[in-house]
Design a binder for this molecule. Structure first.
Ligand code: URA
Length: 236
């Protein structure tokens, strides 16, 4: 691993802009292997233990965030009709070119992963990985155990689209509410599965990917960095 400027490593962690990184270093708040370094241009190894304001800076090559996606923004950038979710990111993360790992429709809310790591995004989203995605939904009427059995068997649409088996768990008190677990994450998958039961999805929220749950303390539109352990949990 080649050495890199300390301010660049700090900015690369996604926690600081380049100018914030310089200011933090010059104030003496950054240590490298226990020694305060006050010159932003000093080159250090990514393998060094870097602490900035008491927090470990991994010298990450990539960054990983979760967002509680609000309704009314698109997770992709391909449709000009809605603003893109990346527009909600702070400027230094927009500059890093973060993109969503797995799309959500404009009206769908909840857990959205954002990263600049293409290989990670591919692993999370590729149907072959069979990463579970859990959604909570309300439908326009009650769902039944027959619907759950239908989804468990694997729905085939009239146009021949075949979905993998999905698990539907209906709320005991309000059968128009349910959670659905899918392993593919195809375009409009949950809406199409519920439509195949003769119902329409009214609200849809993703609450988990792999073993990672949405942090319910995040307000709509808010983001936070994933810990290394959380990042790995997405892939389970
Ligand atoms: N299923 C849908 O129908 N829409 C989404 O955004 C995600 C899953």
């Amino acid at each position: 691993m080649s050495d890199e400027r300390l301010d660049k490593i700090l900015a690369g962690s996604g926690r600081y802009t380049r100018s914030q990184a310089r200011a933090a270093i010059q104030s003496g708040a950054v240590t490298v292997d226990g020694v305060p370094v006050r010159r932003p241009e000093v080159k250090v190894s990514r393998a060094s233990r870097i602490l900035a304001q008491g927090q470990v800076i991994e010298g990450e090559e990539h960054v990983y965030y979760m967002m509680n996606k609000p309704a009314g923004v698109l997770s992709s950038t391909e449709d000009g009709a809605w603003p893109a979710v990346t527009g909600l990111l702070p400027r230094h993360l927009q500059a890093r070119g973060l993109f969503p790992a797995g799309r959500l429709d404009a009206d769908v809310t909840g857990l959205l992963l954002l990263t600049d790591d293409g290989a990670f995004a591919h692993r999370v989203t590729a149907p072959r990985s069979e990463i579970k995605k859990v959604y909570e939904l309300t439908a326009d009427g009650p769902l039944t155990e027959a619907d759950a059995a239908k989804l468990a068997a694997g729905v085939v649409l009239a146009d021949g689209t075949a979905y993998r088996p999905a698990a539907l768990t209906i709320d005991g008190e309000d059968p128009s509410r349910a959670s659905v677990t899918v392993t593919e994450g195809r375009f409009h998958e949950v809406k199409n599965l519920i439509a195949a039961c003769g119902r329409r999805v009214v609200t849809l929220r993703r609450v988990a990917m792999g073993e990672l749950r949405l942090d319910e303390s995040l307000a709509p539109g808010e983001i936070r960095a994933l810990t290394e352990e959380e990042k790995n949990r997405c892939l389970m």
